[in-house]
Design a protein around this ligand. Structure first.
Ligand SMILES: Cc1cc2nc3c(=O)[nH]c(=O)nc-3n(C[C@H](O)[C@H](O)[C@H](O)COP(=O)(O)OP(=O)(O)OC[C@H]3O[C@@H](n4cnc5c(N)ncnc54)[C@H](O)[C@@H]3O)c2cc1C
Length: 406
């Protein structure tokens, strides 16, 4: 949009090219933001994504289309420096839709009490009753239409019925129930702990990313500009006010509002490169602080995942990730129904009771002859994201050493 600005002094009119909002990162959040913000025809929005865009489904790469397993074929290649003798891969997608274009498509909600705890910490709007409205608005649940589920949203969600489970998946669920876990027909209903089919944002085997849902419905809007293959270097500021973003090629996109949606790892690094972050750490990296904001890059809480693949004999049936079981750590869920919960402690060097294990299981294609079981620590103790060895003059953490967690 062309903005007109009157400067003080003589009647000088300066014309500038600018947008109302620039959204940085066309990932899970960025595509939704661009779509929702551009619903207002008077709001000009530009969505800037470092990776490629595939607006035509016929050119969507096969592994992005296929929801049967996550893909790392479109990845930034980050590694965590985690005080081990090796780096830990941190897969993060680099294409339109972000990780929603590559992930496992579990459409699982968090525990209501966790949202309520966030709200109680002073974050209005994050209580479960608040986010429930958003969950309902984003989905069109193919299986349930009630107070907990939405039916008119852009993202279809369904669970595999028993007849779609292969033998290993069915045996996994039967075994869980035989071991005393509840059978859960819907993991997204509050209080559902146990084993049952995984809710997934998959339709006819296709991954329903935010690119093919939210963004697809907004693409034709004249007030939405989409800039794929365009990497943002840093936020431009006038004093402490953000005025736009500087691209890697040196050009500038001006906007009244800058929304950083470049993901857990890239957003803090873009801020740091913009001089927004802990002043002493920025100075140590040779970056002049613009705003001393100690929280930037802190309080990272990603979930480490360990997967075990167990060999099986071939059994007939389709894909993976169709069955799921939740456990809860004793300290976090003392009120959990004892017959439904397997109270367990997962590994953590510092505080074993501070980790909630939520193993999931799905069986892989029969040709692979194995069952895949994964356990996640939901409350890890790592807490920091910083630009790693990437020199501050290199604006984007393109290399595997570009980011570290400690
Ligand atoms: C392998 C894997 C499997 C997962 N499975 C699930 C699952 O089954 N269910 C679930 O709920 N969650 C899953 N997740 C997590 C979930 O996908 C992420 O939490 C979510 O996608 C994060 O959304 P985001 O918008 O914050 O970031 P992203 O989706 O990562 O989007 C960030 C976008 O910003 C772009 N970007 C970064 N830097 C720049 C820059 N400088 N300039 C321009 N653009 C930039 C990136 O290319 C990317 O497209 C999975 C994640 C991974 C990696």
């Amino acid at each position: 949009m062309v903005g007109v600005e009157r400067l003080p002094g003589p009647a000088t009119i300066v014309t500038r090219m600018g947008f109302d909002v620039v959204v940085v990162g066309g990932g899970s959040a960025g595509c939704v933001l661009a779509s929702r913000l551009s619903e207002d025809a008077n709001c000009s929005v530009v969505l800037v994504e470092a990776g490629p865009d595939h607006p035509d489904l016929r050119t969507l790469p096969g592994d992005v289309m296929d929801a049967s397993e996550p893909t790392v074929g479109h990845d930034w290649g980050y590694f965590a420096d985690a005080d081990l003798d090796r780096g830990i891969p941190l897969p993060r997608a680099r294409l339109m839709g972000g990780c929603s274009s590559t992930n496992a498509c579990f459409a699982l909600r968090g525990a209501p009490e966790d949202y309520d705890a966030w709200a109680a910490l002073g974050n209005p709007g994050w209580g479960f009753a608040d986010v429930l409205d958003d969950f309902r608005r984003l989905e069109s649940d193919q299986d349930f239409d009630d107070e907990w589920h939405g039916s008119g949203g852009p993202i279809p969600i369904r669970r595999h019925p028993p007849e779609e489970l292969n033998r290993a998946q069915a045996a996994f669920l039967d075994g869980a129930v035989a071991s005393g876990h509840c059978y859960v027909e819907d993991h997204n209903r509050p209080g559902a702990f146990g084993a049952g089919p995984t809710p997934r944002n998959v339709l006819d085997g296709m991954r329903m990313s935010t690119a093919v849902t939210y963004l697809a419905q907004a693409r034709s809007r004249p007030n939405l500009t989409i800039r794929p293959d365009t990497a943002v270097a840093h936020v431009e500021c006038s004093g402490t006010r953000a005025t736009g973003v500087r691209l890697l090629d040196g050009s500038l996109i001006e906007a009244d509002r800058v929304v950083l949606a470049a993901g857990t790892y890239a957003s803090p690094m873009i801020l740091a490169r913009s001089g927004i972050g802990p002043a002493s750490e920025l100075e140590a990296l040779g970056i002049a602080p613009v705003v001393d904001l100690p929280g930037v890059g802190s309080n990272l809480a990603d979930h480490p995942l360990v997967a075990i693949d167990l060999p099986t004999r071939p059994s007939p049936g389709p894909s993976r990730f169709q069955a799921h079981m939740t456990f809860h750590a004793l300290r976090r869920k003392p009120q959990g129904p004892p017959t439904c919960c397997c109270l367990r402690r997962a590994h953590s060097r510092s505080d074993p009771s501070n980790v909630r294990a939520s193993p999931c299981s799905g069986s892989w294609p029969d040709s692979w002859r194995r069952v895949h079981a994964a356990g996640c620590g939901w409350l890890p103790t790592s807490r920091t994201t910083r630009p790693g060895s990437t020199p501050p003059t290199s604006p984007i953490p393109m290399t595997s050493s570009g980011c570290s967690t400690r």
